[in-house]
Design a protein. Sequence first.
Lengths: 390, 380
Amino acid sequence: MVSTLARPTATRTYLTNATVVLPDRTLHDGAVLVEEGLITAICPDAIHGHAQEVDLESDILMPGIIDLHGDAIEREMEPRERARLPLPHAVLQGDRKCALAGITTMFHALAFVGEKTGKRSYTRMTEVARLIRARAETSVVDNRIHCRFEMTSPAGMPYIKDLIDEGLCEMMSLNNHSPGQGQYRDLSIYRQYMKGNYNIPDAEIDRIIAERIKDAEGAEGYAEEMADYTLRAGIPLASHDDDDGDKVRLRHSQGSSISEFPLTLDAAQTATTLGMHAIVGSPNVMRGGSTGTGASALDLVAQGVANCLCSDYAPSTMLPATFQIAHALDWPLHRAALLTTTNPAAAARLQDRGAITVGMQADLIAVREYDGVPAVRCLWSRGRHGLRFY
Amino acid sequence: MRSYLTHATLVLPDQTLRDGALLLEEGRIAAICPETIQGHAQEISLEGDVLMPGLIDLHSDAIEREMEPRNNVRLPNLHAVLQGDRKWALAGITTMLHALTFAGEDRGRRSNSVMEELARLIHAHADDCLIENLIHCRFEMIAPDGLPYIKKLIDEHICRMVSLNNHSPGQGYFRDIERYRRYLKNTFHASEEELDRLIAEQTVPDEVAERNGQELVDYAQQADVPIASHDDEDRAKIERRHAQGIRLTEFPISLEAARTAHELGVHTIVGAPNLIRGGSHAGGVSALDLIAEGLASCICSDYAPSTLLPATLLVVEKLDMPLHDAVRLTTANPAQAARLYDRGEIRVGQRADLISIRKYSDMPMVHHLWSRGRLSLRFC
């Protein structure tokens, strides 16, 4: 006698015995009905007709994670310095690793830095963006493009404008990594960075700093142009590494609705007061700090001046950081989960996802803790069972 | 728990069989294409997908990237172990030998004590993991203070493989001193004077390094732990290692070294990234050339686990090799080289470590993974 393990193609799925993370509470022994890719009922009294039941054995069922800024695809392209792998491989692996991390909507943050910057070159990034879109059909999660415009690299603008025109770019950020700005506001940090990463003599660094500062002269004009183009296309605009309240006000006046990695409490407070979304990095939450000289990510969350997390460069940290916030701040899980689901959905203006409510897209993850470390056990993307660990 | 896997393209040791079936019982392969099934078994139809042994990776340091996703940004070790485990499963690996480098004290993530702690953690969390994670200790012959750490791990049966590495300037990978200088400069951002000092410090006379190496060889042999040598540059080095009883060479640097290994019946491992990239990123010999000439018997993932499966299929395509022959490079041969005799082939009685794979726009991906007969991962 042979029984068959049901193929995961049923259009109705009934997830039972779950600890369900709702927008305002966490429900024990709950159930969710998924039909045609949408959430159609929460704890229904009765199910009519056939539905494939999945017993979640008390695992936590929460909305799939929405990551607004992650550049981990670069690591798939070059797992080791100068060891470049084929792009189709990188794109496919990047998608699967997002699923593994519980991310159902991924904004790949592609940096358009210059033509001679290897993996971050304009042509390479354009190629990656197009390939990600072309492979959407065979992807598990919803992979989207976040173009990072370097305002000191105006030659990148035409490439980004093309992607906007083609409907490929769905989020934009204004970056300025020149010395004297943002994370390099303190020139000695820039010096350290150049010396540490490139081992350049001091005199040479002085020359580079002078050159970069000169390059940056027209930067604000380019930022303005890029911002206008982005807003006209109806794409959410973010500013990056804002160093203080004045910078945030300037960006807000240009139409930015998101502040990524605000560097100071002042910047984060100003962004929040102005009604912007403020994003901090989940690796920083996990590590209990910040990579730059910025304010601690956990402090900004605790003070209510950061409302979203992003993976930055480590997708696998989004889920543990969510749990860590709940633990460290003694918040219920559903409150911490807003930071990685509902709030980033609002920031990216994705109204169809980010919460377990009737009518939402069924992007869901089932999570179990192993010795206090949460890991994804199942993932559904648009109601489709994409991944399951047993 | 019995599973019956049907409609599979079965990769057997000597042939690939269409529409085959496997019966798994108590973690082992109980029958291949049985005529009837007595009693209850859960059927999974593989719809024609390729079903092959799980991959066996003898050398991967990818866990370091889980510990430090960005240089000097350290995440908790347990996070690295559990996240890593899922990634290795995703890559189709059912047995992973984590190549942990015991480089000395104060070597960041490669410090002796950091690596020892990691080894113990991997071992202690075996039950929380999907695949079998084992420890391969890389001994630096110029850093003898790693020896007591490795010996202790051997005593406790945590260390399942060792390798002899000599990263002294002028040896193996760094036989070109200028290249070593560049490496140090880029890694440690040292000034010219510091570089001179570092190079002098690390230039250990050959006889001293060899004496250290022999001490580990004796210890490992006594404990029946397989030994590999690393980055062997020529015939003389392979002959010397063979005389010491070593039967496995990782990343031979020259054609001559690989040829000597082949003549002496020594297993040769090449890196999957080298195959995918169409050459070494470090200026070594081409892995595909070695396989084409029958001079490499195993492929390992080196630093990129996700390349192991694509590399296996790339060999089929580029060399027009039958699938079941290419699959040996990442399953049966590494199993034999590491003396893991209970796995690596679809054969009755072997451990049911299996993967089913499917192609997406020409890229092979794991669809199901069974570890000891247990379905551990499924992509739908």
